[in-house]
Design a protein around this ligand. Structure first.
Ligand code: ADP
Length: 489
């Protein structure tokens, strides 16, 4: 199958969060299975050019409509981790992708609406006719709108569109000038069943456009799919998702086992498998040495997270004190874009500075994250909501028992040691429902108790988690089924 991904991110060249990992991981798995996959990205000035291979200009004459004029673009081609990637480089006073950052400008909707149109113009002019165009998040929500309302009439009758929602926290709500910029008539599209935003009658919702006009819509876990269709987690889009429920479903993300795998991880001092679990404890020693914890007979409880409200910062804070009061050690690695939250954790760090059982590392540190996954006994993920979540899947692979709130992808991947309906050999962690301290304690208490009182069972939970397969293997099969289905429709 010929598949084109249009996205604002692709790891490792342009990665802000999980979206970048998904584009890279899914595209790679689809290519390995013999599909022809191409990725179209903006050519940002702040990309990791050192992670592209053979970057060169392949098209110097792409003219993309913008209001009533045209903007000249170059298109570059290069390999990213073996993937074929095209990079669109517009030349105009707007400097769309030469801003030193990926996101965060007031005209982000205009930047990515332009990118969406440029991607289609590139496909048209180079006579590419993919079977499927796979778009992601609000940044490329206009692609199916433009394809079926404009480019189809210009000859692009073949492609079908799959659209994936990674986080409904950002929907691309903007003014109707975006439609005029893109050559779409606002009178035609600003209706409640098309692109008009649910709460701002004069605003365009780009994500809604993607949902309405695509042939199939997915989100990143089955549980999150249910939640956004039928609860307030839909943040205004629940009605649209309900109307389009026949073409909507959840596909759990995968993680890249070439990167996250204790058997081959070059970033940890001692590699291990289910058959050499004692080596995990050597990593525990290394972690203690790295973050100055004393060597005591205690479990290490960890957090590796963005520190924001979605991730449950108040419960993370409570987990620190609860763990320390219950004979555990605690390691936190996290950072927040919000200065207020960062300050709060810095003062907490100062307050706990003398503790030989606690270390808080405020910042982003990939190397340390690997050591924490390998060296800890448990990891706490008390999210308020979680579309999919990679942390719990990584922890499971490293035999670190996850303690999670029952929401989104967390609920789809972690099965409670005591209360799950699954047989014991499939249970792999602890789950709590209520987003409050009592809820968190109810799960953390049981995990700590098992570690001290029933180490053999605790070890079994670790092994159960390590044996699961949360690679891209299953998700890629699901996506190929979806592509096949929409291709025939
Ligand atoms: P998000 O909503 O932030 O994308 P996920 O659980 O999907 O959450 O993915 C988080 C990824 O980022 C994981 O791979 C985790 O290890 C990593 N991560 C989060 N915070 C940090 C940090 N401070 N330092 C290093 N890695 C981090």
């Amino acid at each position: 199958m010929y598949i084109v991904m249009t996205s604002s991110e692709c790891a490792p060249v342009a990665k802000v969060g999980g979206l970048g990992d998904v584009i890279q991981g899914l595209s790679y798995e689809l290519s390995v299975r013999g599909n022809h996959v191409e990725v179209i990205l903006p050519k940002y000035d702040c990309m990791r050019y050192d992670r592209t291979f053979g970057l060169h200009k392949v098209h110097g004459d792409l003219w993309v409509p913008y209001y009533d004029r045209w903007i000249h673009c170059d298109v570059y081609f290069g390999f990213v981790e073996g993937l074929k990637c095209f990079f669109i480089d517009p030349h105009s006073d707007h400097n769309f992708f030469n801003r030193g950052v990926f996101y965060g400008h007031l005209d982000d909707p205009a930047r990515f609406a332009f990118f969406s149109r440029a991607a289609l113009e590139f496909l048209l002019k180079t006579k590419r006719h993919p079977d499927v165009i796979h778009c992601h998040d609000w940044q490329t929500g206009l692609v199916p709108v433009l394809l079926f309302e404009m480019y189809k009439q210009l000859g692009m009758t073949h492609p079908r569109v799959c659209y994936t929602l990674h986080n409904l926290g950002h929907q691309g709500v903007t003014g109707d000038h975006i439609l005029r910029q893109s050559g779409l008539n606002p009178a035609h599209f600003m209706t409640p069943d098309r692109l008009r935003d649910h709460s701002h009658p004069n605003a365009v919702n780009l994500m809604k456009g993607g949902i309405v006009f695509s042939n199939f819509v997915t989100t990143v876990s089955p549980r999150y799919a249910e939640e956004i269709k039928s609860t307030n987690l839909g943040t205004g889009l629940q009605h649209t998702l309900w109307v389009h429920r026949q073409k909507f479903g959840g596909v759990l993300n995968g993680i890249d086992y070439n990167v996250w795998n204790p058997e081959i991880d070059p970033r940890i001092p001692h590699c291990y498998t289910v058959d050499s679990l004692q080596d995990k404890y050597a990593n525990k020693g290394a972690l203690r040495a790295r973050v100055w914890l004393r060597h005591e007979f205690k479990p290490i409880v960890a957090v590796v997270s963005r520190l924001d409200h979605q991730k449950g910062v108040d419960l993370i804070r409570h987990a620190i004190f609860y763990s320390l009061a219950n004979e555990c050690q605690f390691v936190l690695l996290g950072s927040s874009p919000e200065p207020r939250i960062n300050d709060e954790f810095w003062s907490l760090k100062r307050y706990l500075n003398e503790s030989p059982d606690c270390h808080l590392e405020i910042g982003y540190d990939d190397e340390l994250a690997h050591l924490i996954f390998a060296g800890s006994d448990m990891i706490v993920i008390p999210s308020a909501y979680e579309p999919c979540g990679l942390t719990q899947m990584i922890a499971l692979k490293y035999g670190t028992v996850p303690i999670v709130r029952n929401t989104g992808g967390l609920g789809d991947t972690v099965y409670d040691a005591n209360y799950s309906h699954k047989p014991f050999h499939e249970r792999n962690g602890y789950v709590f429902n209520d987003y409050n301290r009592e809820g968190l304690e109810s799960a953390l208490r049981r995990a700590i108790g098992l570690w001290f009182d029933y180490p053999v069972y605790f070890r079994q939970l670790m092994v159960n988690g390590m044996r699961l397969d949360y690679s891209w293997n299953h998700p890629a099969t699901h996506y190929l089924n979806i592509y096949g289905y929409i291709k025939e429709s």
